[in-house]
Design a protein around this ligand. Structure first.
Ligand code: C2E
Ligand code: CA
Ligand code: CA
Length: 755
C-alpha cells in the first residue's frame, strides 16, 4: 500500500510540472493565434481601405465609403481607439486637399499596421512588408499624386516663377526617393520570399518598377520643361498626368499583392499554430493517458507482486524463512509415487521445554534460538531434504527418496545430539534439548498427511524417554494414542463426578511400627471397580490433565489432614506426588503454601514426593531445583521418589534440601536374599545417611525384606507388607487403632491390620 502511495506521488510529481508547462505552452500558443487573428483583421481593413486611397489618388475624391468599413474599424480599435480611427477615416474622406487627404489615409493605414502588429505577426521575411505596404508605397502614391497635381497646376500658369522652378525638382526628388526606395525594397525584400504568391509579388514588383521608370521619364520632361519654360504652355505636363494613373494602378496592384501575401502568410501561421496546438493536445492527451496507463499497469503489477508476497507468506515461516506446514503438506501431496525400494522419511524435531525458555529468557531470545536451530538444521540436512518449520518449536525434515532405513535413524539421532547444546544467545547461555520422532513409509506407498501425524506420535514417545531421545513410529503408538484420547475424555467426566480420589498407603516407622505417614495415590473409582494410575495417568499426561488431577488429589488430602488434626493427636505426613508442572513455577509453589495456611494446616503436614527423573531434564532442572528449595524453605517435607533410578548426584541431594529418600521397589524386592542387590541398596541407604537424610523403603512385601532393611538403617517402610493403598476412612481407622501395631515387628499383626 505504501509503495502504491509513493508511485502515485511520483507520477503526480512528474505529471504536475509537465501539466503546468503544457498549460503555459497552450496559453502562449492560443494567445499567438488571437494575435494573428487581430493582424488578419487589420489586414482586411487595410484591404478595404486600399481602393478608397487609390480612388482618391486618381480621381481626387471618394464617392462611397462602405458602412462595414467603419464598423470594422471601430470593432478593431476597441473602446479606446475606435474614435481615433474613425476620425482619421473621416479626415481622409472629407479633406478636400487631395494631398492632405492621402496623408490622412496613410496615417490611418499606418495606425492599423501598428495596432495589428503586422510587423511582428508574420515571419521574419515578412516583417518589412507592412512598412513597404503602408509607408513606402503610400508615400509613392502621395508623392506621385502631388507631382501630377503640380503638373496640372503649372500648366495653367501664365508665368513660371523661380519658386515654381525650385519646387518642381524638390517635390520630384521627394517622389524619386520614395519611388526608388520602394523599387529597391521590392528587390531586397522579395528575393527571399517563397510560395506561389511570392512569384506573383515579384511579377507585380517588376510592373511597379517599370511604371515607376515610365513615370520618372515623363517626370523628367516635366522637370526640364519647368526649368526651361517661362509660361504654363512651356510645361510638358500631359505625359506625367497621363502616366500617373498607371503608376497608381501598378502601385496598388503591388500593394494588393503584398496584402495577399501577408494574408496568406498569416493564415498559414495561424493554421500551423492551430495544428501545433491540436497536435500538442493530442500528444499531451496521449502522454497523460500513457502515464495513466503506465500507472495503472504499475499498480496492477504491484498488486500482483503484493499478492505473490502474500502467497509466499502463506507458504513461508516469516521467522526462519523456512517453508511452513502448508508448504510441507503441499510438497508431500506432490511427491511422486516412490520407486521400488525407495521410501519417504519424515522427522519431526521439537525443542524441549521451549515455552519455559521463552518465559525465562523472553520472546526475543526464543526467536533467536528458533532462527539458530533453523539455520543449523539447514546445514545438517541433505540437499534433497525438504526442511520446514511447522509449529512453535517444531521443525520437520522430509526426505523424499530414502534408501537406507537405519542410516536415516542414525541421521535423526545425530541431529538431535548436534542440536542439543548450550547456545550463547543475546549474551546468555541457553541450553536447548531436542527430541525427534521418525516416520518411514512402506516402500512403494505414496505420501499422505497421516505420515506427519504418525511422526508426531513418535515424537511424543521420544519426549517421554527424555532429552535428545528419538523414536520411530510403530502402529502401537497410534493405538495407544487413540486409547489415550478416549481415556482422557472419560477422565474429565470422572473428575466432575468426583470419581477421581486419592487412596492412602500407610508408611510405618520401621522401629516403632507406628504409622508416621501415608502416600496419597490416585484412584479412579468406577461403578464399584477401581482403576489404577497406570491405566489413566499416561493419558492424562498426554492430554495435559495432570494439574487437574493433582489438584483434586491434593484437595482431598487437605481434607484428610484437617480431619486427622481434629480427631487425633498423631503427627503424620501425607505424601503428595507432585509433577514438574507444580515444581516449575514459583507462583504455584506460593499458592500451594497459601492454601495450606488458609486451611489452618502446616506445610510440614505434607510431604512432597518428587520423582528423581524430573531433574534429569537439564533445561528445566535449574528452575525446578530452585523451586524445590523454596518449597523446603516454606516448611514442606521434601522426598525424593524412586530413589536410585534417576542417578541423583550427592550435590543435588544436598542442594535440594531433601528430607527423605524413597528407595525404589526395585532395590527392595528380594533384597534379603540377593547379595548383589544388597550392595546397591545399602550404598543408597548409606549415601542418604551420610547426608543426614532419612530413608524410606518402598514396596516392602515380606518380613524378610523388612528385617534386612531394619538391620541396614532404613527408617520407614511402605508396602503391601503393611497395607495397600486404602480409602481415606480405612486409613483413619488404621491410624486410630495404632496401638494394635505396637507389637511390630510381628507379621501376623501387620496382616491383621490389612484385613
Ligand atoms: P509411586 O509414587 O512410586 O507409588 C507407589 C506405587 O507402588 C503405587 O502404585 C503403589 O500402589 C505401589 N506399591 C506400593 N507398595 C507396593 C508393594 O509392596 N508391592 C507392589 N508391587 N507395589 C506397591 P500406584 O498406586 O499404581 O501408583 C503408580 C504411580 O502412579 C505412582 O508411583 C506415582 O508415580 C503415580 N501416582 C499415583 N498417584 C499420583 C498422584 O496423585 N500424582 C502423581 N503425579 N502421580 C501419582
Ligand atoms: Ca510416590
Ligand atoms: Ca515410588
Amino acid at each position: 500500500m505504501h509503495i502504491r502511495g509513493w508511485l502515485t506521488g511520483l507520477i503526480v510529481f512528474l505529471l504536475a510540472p509537465s501539466l503546468l508547462f503544457a498549460s503555459l505552452w497552450f496559453y502562449n500558443k492560443l494567445s499567438s493565434v488571437s494575435a494573428i487573428d487581430k493582424s488578419l483583421d487589420g489586414l482586411h481593413i487595410t484591404q478595404a481601405l486600399g481602393p478608397l486611397i487609390q480612388e482618391k489618388a486618381i480621381t481626387g475624391t471618394v464617392r462611397h465609403i462602405p458602412a462595414s468599413l467603419r464598423s470594422q474599424l471601430t470593432g478593431f480599435g476597441g473602446p479606446e481607439r475606435a474614435k481615433y480611427l474613425s476620425d482619421l477615416l473621416d479626415k481622409f474622406t472629407t479633406e478636400k486637399d487631395v494631398n492632405l487627404s492621402l496623408k490622412q489615409g496613410r496615417e490611418l493605414a499606418l495606425a492599423i499596421t501598428q495596432m495589428a502588429r503586422l510587423t511582428t505577426a508574420g515571419s521574419y521575411e515578412t516583417s518589412k512588408l507592412p512598412y513597404l505596404l503602408n509607408d513606402m508605397l503610400l508615400s509613392v502614391v502621395i508623392e506621385s499624386s502631388k507631382m501630377a497635381e503640380n503638373a496640372r497646376r503649372l500648366s495653367k500658369r501664365d508665368t513660371i516663377n523661380v519658386w515654381d522652378k525650385m519646387s518642381i525638382p524638390v517635390q520630384g526628388g521627394q517622389f524619386k526617393v520614395a519611388a526608388d526606395g520602394a523599387a529597391r525594397e521590392t528587390v531586397q525584400y522579395f528575393e527571399y520570399l517563397k510560395g506561389p504568391h511570392a512569384d506573383n509579388l515579384r511579377q507585380k514588383a517588376v510592373q511597379y518598377r517599370s511604371a515607376n521608370v515610365q513615370f520618372q521619364t515623363k517626370g523628367s520632361k516635366l522637370l526640364s520643361s519647368t526649368i526651361k519654360g517661362a509660361t504654363g504652355k512651356d510645361i510638358i505636363s500631359e505625359p506625367v498626368i497621363a502616366a500617373h494613373p498607371e503608376l497608381i494602378h501598378a502601385t496598388f496592384m503591388l500593394w494588393q499583392e503584398i496584402l495577399d501575401y501577408l494574408n496568406e502568410n498569416l493564415e498559414q501561421q495561424r493554421s500551423q499554430t492551430l495544428f501545433a496546438v491540436s497536435l500538442a493536445g493530442f500528444v499531451g492527451a496521449l502522454v497523460i493517458f500513457g502515464a495513466f496507463g503506465i500507472a495503472v499497469a504499475l499498480s496492477r503489477a504491484l498488486a500482483d507482486r503484493t499478492q505473490q508476497e502474500f502467497e509466499n507468506l502463506g507458504f513461508h515461516d516469516p521467522l526462519t524463512g523456512l517453508p511452513n506446514r502448508r508448504a510441507l503438506l503441499d510438497k508431500m501431496r506432490d511427491l511422486p509415487q516412490s520407486e521400488d525400494g525407495q521410501r519417504i522419511g519424515l522427522i519431526v524435531f521439537d525443542l524441549r521445554q521451549f515455552k519455559k525458555i521463552n518465559n525465562q529468557y523472553g520472546d526475543q531470545t526464543g526467536d533467536a534460538i528458533l532462527r539458530l536451530v533453523g539455520e543449523q538444521l539447514t546445514c545438517l540436512a541433505e540437499p534433497e531434504d525438504f526442511l520446514s518449520r511447522t509449529g512453535g518449536s517444531e521443525f520437520v525434515l522430509l526426505r523424499p527418496a530414502l534408501q537406507d532405513h537405519s542410516q536415516f535413524e542414525r541421521f535423526a539421532k545425530k541431529v538431535a545430539q548436534s542440536l542439543a547444546k548450550e547456545r550463547p544467545v543475546d549474551g546468555q547461555k541457553v541450553v536447548v534439548e531436542v527430541n525427534a520422532g521418525l516416520y518411514i513409509n512402506q516402500a512403494g506407498s505414496s505420501a499422505t498427511d497421516r505420515m506427519l501425524i504418525d511422526a508426531t506420535l513418535a515424537l511424543r514417545s521420544a519426549k517421554k524417554k527424555g532429552p535428545r531421545k528419538t523414536a520411530i513410529f510403530v502402529p502401537e503408538m497410534r493405538a495407544v494414542f487413540e486409547e489415550h484420547s478416549e481415556t482422557a475424555n472419560e477422565l474429565l467426566d470422572a473428575i466432575d463426578e468426583g470419581n477421581i480420589v486419592p487412596w492412602f498407603q500407610p508408611q510405618v516407622d520401621i522401629n516403632t511400627g507406628k504409622i508416621v505417614g501415608a502416600e496419597a495415590l490416585v484412584r479412579w473409582v468406577d461403578n464399584g471397580g477401581v482403576r489404577y494410575p497406570g491405566s489413566f495417568l499416561p493419558a492424562a499426561e498426554d492430554a495435559g490433565y495432570m494439574k487437574l488431577i493433582e489438584a483434586t488429589v491434593r484437595q482431598q488430602a487437605f481434607n484428610l489432614a484437617t480431619t486427622l488434626n481434629t480427631q487425633t493427636d498423631r503427627c503424620i505426613h501425607l505424601g503428595l506426588n507432585v509433577s514438574a508442572d507444580l515444581l516449575g513455577s514459583a507462583k504455584a509453589a506460593d499458592a500451594l503454601h497459601q492454601t495450606v495456611l488458609d486451611l489452618g494446616l502446616k506445610p510440614s503436614d505434607f510431604s512432597l514426593e518428587i520423582l528423581e527423573a524430573v531433574m534429569i531434564d537439564e533445561t528445566a532442572a535449574d528452575p525446578i531445583k530452585e523451586n524445590i528449595a523454596h518449597l523446603s524453605d516454606l516448611g514442606f517435607f521434601i522426598e525424593l521418589d524412586d530413589f536410585g533410578t534417576g542417578h541423583s548426584s550427592i550435590s543435588s541431594l544436598r542442594d535440594l534440601h531433601v528430607d527423605r529418600v524413597k528407595i525404589d521397589r526395585s532395590f527392595v524386592s528380594g533384597v534379603n536374599n540377593k547379595p548383589d542387590l544388597q550392595k546397591f541398596t545399602s550404598a543408597l541407604i548409606n549415601l542418604a545417611k551420610s547426608l543426614d537424610i532419612s530413608v524410606l523403603a518402598e514396596g516392602v512385601e515380606t518380613e524378610e525384606e523388612r528385617c534386612w532393611l531394619q538391620q541396614n538403617g532404613c527408617d520407614v517402610i511402605q508396602g503391601f507388607l503393611i497395607s495397600k493403598a486404602v480409602p481415606q476412612e480405612q486409613l483413619m481407622t488404621m491410624i486410630l487403632r495404632q496401638d494394635i501395631l505396637k507389637t511390630l515387628p510381628s507379621t501376623e499383626t501387620l496382616h491383621a491390620v490389612q484385613a
